[in-house]
Design a protein around this ligand. Structure first.
Ligand SMILES: Nc1ncnc2c1ncn2[C@@H]1O[C@H](COP(=O)(O)OP(=O)(O)O)[C@@H](O)[C@H]1O
Ligand SMILES: [Mg+2]
Length: 253
């Protein structure tokens, strides 16, 4: 039997705030294995962010179920869901959403300290190790406007990992970066994957998608195709990107 980190079944999402209501997800079945790096692609407006938010409890699906580590998280109340998010999930967004009055290190520490107030020493030493590992230990006392976009995103990855999550969700983490910063951030996420962490990432960028074990394609709120790439290696990077590009073209991306 396979060990699924995440299993979604029959997920739908309808936004009721619009008139008429907007159905964005039309029944998504998706399973992610423990340790898998899954990428979600699709045209702008196809529902990628909505799917990621519905899977990760940032928003509630209208129907369907999500199991994380075998537990049904869709039936949890808001407080229990928040706890699961804080302790089992890490998030990386296009923007870091750091507080401007705190330095890099304190921003990275904040959620993990909130989740583990009694283990602050452990959390601080874990965060310092993460900052060093991702090459930003030397700027941890800098303000958030004093570092590059790539450094900020590597700090967001450290923040996402600080609570030792089971799964990391990333929504266009390189969407606001130039190509060299994108490579920095993808190297960091590849390292996270190498540690055995499960990752679900939305991206527009075929080169970023080529890092994944598997890519799924969302069209108008339905998963219409998927492509297994196997494990990423640097020597196969160009060939994998070509493979993803050809696949995307066949889907009309
Ligand atoms: N809070 C919301 N209320 C109403 N419609 C929304 C909301 N969020 C997203 N949508 C609509 O849902 C569709 C999918 O959006 P989104 O999930 O952000 O797509 P993607 O991330 O693929 O670009 C879009 O048509 C968008 O306008
Ligand atoms: Mg989006």
């Amino acid at each position: 039997m396979r060990n699924y980190m995440l299993e979604c079944s029959g997920l739908t999402k309808t936004y009721l705030s619009t008139d008429p209501p907007t159905q964005v997800l039309h029944g998504i079945d998706l399973s992610v294995e423990e340790g898998e790096f899954l990428v979600i692609m699709g045209a702008s407006g196809s529902g990628k962010s909505t799917l990621l938010y519905s899977i990760s409890g940032m928003d509630r699906p209208t129907s369907g179920s999500v199991h994380l580590e075998g537990h049904d998280v869709t039936s949890l109340d808001d407080a229990a869901m928040s706890k699961v998010r804080l302790t089992r999930m890490g998030f990386v967004f296009q923007q870091a959403y750091f507080l401007s009055n705190l330095n890099i290190r304190d921003n990275v520490l904040l959620p993990a300290l909130k989740a583990n107030p009694k283990q602050s020493e452990t959390v601080v030493s874990r965060v310092d190790a993460l900052l060093d590992r991702f090459g930003i230990g030397h700027i941890k006392h800098h303000g958030i406007t004093e570092v590059s976009g790539g450094q900020l995103q590597r700090a967001s990855i450290c923040r996402a990992l600080a609570g030792e999550p089971a799964i990391v969700f990333a929504d266009e983490p390189t969407g606001a970066l130039n190509s060299s910063m994108t490579a920095e951030v993808m190297d960091a996420l590849t390292g996270v994957h190498d540690d055995g962490r499960t990752i679900v990432m939305v991206t527009h960028d075929p080169a970023c998608a080529a890092r994944a074990d598997r890519v799924v394609y969302l069209r108008d709120g339905l998963l219409v195709d998927s492509r297994s790439l196997g494990r990423w290696t640097r020597s196969a990077a160009v060939q994998r990107e070509d493979d993803v590009l050809a696949w995307l073209r066949s889907l009309g991306f």
